[in-house]
Design a protein around this ligand. Sequence first.
Ligand code: PEP
Ligand code: MN
Length: 341
Amino acid sequence: MLIVMKPDATQADIDRVVEVIETLGFRGHAMPGENRTAIGITGNRGAVDPTHFENLPGVADAIRVTKPYKLVSNDLKPERSAIKVGNAFIGDGSIAMIAGPCAVENPDQVFAAAEAVAKSGARFFRGGAFKPRTSPYAFQGLGEEGLKILAEVRERFGLNIVTEAMDERGIDLVDEYGDCIQIGARNMQNFSLLKYAGRAKKPVLLKRGLSATLDEFLLAAEYVMSEGNYNVILCERGIRTFADHARNTLDLSIVPALNRISHLPVIVDPSHGTGHNYMVTPLARAGIAVGADGLIIEIHPCPEKALCDGAQALTFGQYERLYEDVRRFQKIAAAELALTE
Ligand code: PEP
Ligand code: MN
């Protein structure tokens, strides 16, 4: 059930509807939009009787939701969501660039990358302190030490920090040191972790699972939002297919598919999506062309020496050229928009 409020509904009207929802034993999620607020109801097993709400002040309509997801859907919020990450936005119409190394290896490596990212004009820095590695013998990340280095990046370079958490303790730590909690592809269906992230303060960057369908992906986002954290950014990072010319198959068709259904920002990760340095720039351009709100890109001062994912890391020079392309694209898109307005 979705309660659509009248454009002139007051905060008191909205609070009253949420109160009635809570009295029924459910949870109300008020989503303010440009023209009206809608209130999603979760926690109900069957249909909710609309007559509970019909005569409340400020209520325009009570609509049954037939889709499996509610809060991610643009039925609830027709306008696109811009998510604040630190002191900048993802999904505000600009193309967000999140760049940095796969893993935080040491201060010199991280600060060199941060300098390149800050110089390019990007606002977001990535780097894993907790690394989900296929082999238990591979470098697992520096843990809290790594987060401290990332916190220093924010201080020194003014970049907003996006970094992965793999468990509940990691979420608490990223909530403390970082600006955005990345939930990795392997944890996309770790439902207890998703719920925990839903109670965190910081926004969540949710990566698509290795074999997740669109519905599964959106329902994972729904898990986070149903706990009250509405600040979710979706990330397409490639899926497993029979194709073996790339590490994964970057499924760019999901970008317009998600944009059609959901108000959440969608970004593309051509680094994990391809696994090969030479494919990253072409697929990054393609991601922007299909309507992504941003990119997440791995870079390294010396890719051949990287402790993790060196084959897909861009050099600083390659990264700068890619970001130049992105800026050019943005200018063309803005000029075309001005022509059609
Ligand atoms: C990463 O971004 O460092 C990462 C591990 O990505 P994914 O979860 O998409 O594999
Ligand atoms: Mn990586």
